[in-house]
Design a protein around this ligand. Structure first.
Ligand code: GLU
Length: 300
C-alpha cells in the first residue's frame, strides 16, 4: 500500500473544506488557532511513518486524551471499571447533566466528560497523580506537554465539568476530592501534541497493546476493548455516521484532532481545527473517510 501517495491525494481533496467549520472558542488560546490548517500522520504497526501537511504542528488534543485514563483504569481495575461507567453511546451532548441524573450517576461511557472524570477517579484511587502523564509519556517515548494557558482556561470556564464532578460525587461515583479529579481532567484536556506524536502514542491500540518502542502497555484484550468503545462512543454524537463513512474506531477532540485505529495495521492521526456542528473536525472526518475508501481497508 502506497500510504504516502494516499495521504498526498487526501490533502488535495480536503483543501476546499479547510475554510469551513468553526474553531472552538471557549478558551482564548483555542479561539486564536487559525482555521485553515491540515495535517495527517499514519504509523504502521511495523514502525513506518507517513505524513502530509502540518503533521508536526502541536495542537490541543482535548478529548483524545480521555483514552489515557480509560487505558489506565482498565489496567488498574480490570472489568470492575464497568461497575462505575457504562459502555453505550450516549446519544446526547458530551457534557450533559440530564442523562447522568436519569441514570443514577453512572456515566453512559468513558468518553463523555462524566465518564472521563470517573476513569480519572479510578486511576487516582490506585496510582499517584503522576501516573497519568507518565503513561502518556511512556506511550509517546517523550515527555508530554501541558499547555498551561489552556489548562487555566479550562479551569476558569469549566463550570459544567465542575457540576458533573460534584453530581458524580453526590451519587458516590467519585471517591477522590472533586477538585483533584477536575485538575487532572483540565490538565489532560490541555495536552498539546502533533499528529505524528499522537500516531506514535496510540500505536499500542493498533498493535495489540504493544507500544511504538516495543513496550507492552496493555493486554491485547484491553486494546481490543478500548477500540470497541472508541467505535461506538469515540466521536461525540456522530458514532453512527463515523462507522458508516469511515469504518474505524476513532477518538476526536474539540481541538480538531482525531486518532483512528486500523487494528493490526496502523494508527492514524489527523488535525484540522474547523469543527462540524457535532464537534468533530470537518476536514479530519473527510480525510479518514477518504483513507479507508482509497485503501479499501476498514474494520468492516
Ligand atoms: N475540554 C473540554 C470540556 O471538557 C472539551 C473536551 C472535548 O470534548 O474535546 O468541556
Amino acid at each position: 500500500m502506497n500510504y504516502q501517495q494516499v495521504l498526498e491525494e487526501i490533502a488535495v481533496e480536503v483543501a476546499p473544506l479547510l475554510s469551513k467549520g468553526r474553531v472552538v472558542d471557549y478558551v482564548p488560546p483555542l479561539a486564536r488557532v487559525p482555521l485553515e490548517q491540515f495535517g495527517m500522520a499514519l504509523r504502521t504497526v511495523d514502525g513506518r511513518v507517513f505524513t502530509v501537511g502540518a503533521s508536526g504542528q502541536r495542537f490541543s488534543v482535548q478529548s483524545i486524551a480521555k483514552l489515557v485514563p480509560l487505558t489506565l483504569a482498565m489496567k488498574l481495575h480490570g472489568d470492575a471499571v464497568w461497575e462505575r461507567v457504562g459502555r453505550e453511546p450516549s446519544g446526547s451532548a458530551f457534557n450533559s447533566l440530564i442523562q447522568l441524573e436519569l441514570e443514577h450517576g453512572i456515566p453512559r461511557n468513558p468518553f463523555i466528560n462524566g465518564g472521563a472524570l470517573v476513569t480519572l477517579d479510578l486511576t487516582l484511587a490506585a496510582a499517584p497523580r503522576t501516573a497519568i502523564a507518565e503513561f502518556f509519556s511512556q506511550a509517546l517515548g517523550a515527555a508530554v506537554q501541558v499547555e498551561r494557558e489552556v489548562a487555566d482556561g479550562e479551569a476558569r470556564t469549566g463550570h459544567r465539568n465542575r457540576a458533573l464532578a460534584h453530581f458524580l460525587k453526590s451519587f458516590d461515583n467519585l471517591r477522590n476530592d472533586a477538585d483533584a479529579v477536575l485538575d487532572a481532567y483540565f490538565e489532560l484536556c490541555a495536552t498539546s501534541l502533533s499528529c505524528e506524536e499522537l500516531a506514535r502514542a496510540f500505536s499500542y491500540l493498533a498493535n495489540g497493546g504493544v507500544g511504538a518502542d516495543g513496550t507492552v502497555l496493555t493486554t491485547a484484550r484491553q486494546a481490543k476493548r478500548i477500540n470497541a468503545v472508541m467505535l461506538t462512543c469515540g466521536v461525540y454524537d456522530e458514532a453512527g455516521d463515523y462507522a458508516y463513512r469511515v469504518g474505524l474506531p476513532a477518538k476526536s477532540g474539540v481541538g480538531g484532532g482525531v486518532v483512528a485505529v486500523m487494528p493490526g495495521q496502523y494508527t492514524v492521526a489527523v488535525w484540522s481545527p474547523g469543527l462540524d456542528a457535532r464537534g468533530n473536525s470537518l476536514a479530519g472526518t473527510m480525510a479518514l473517510e477518504l483513507l479507508t475508501t482509497k485503501t479499501a481497508v476498514s474494520v468492516f
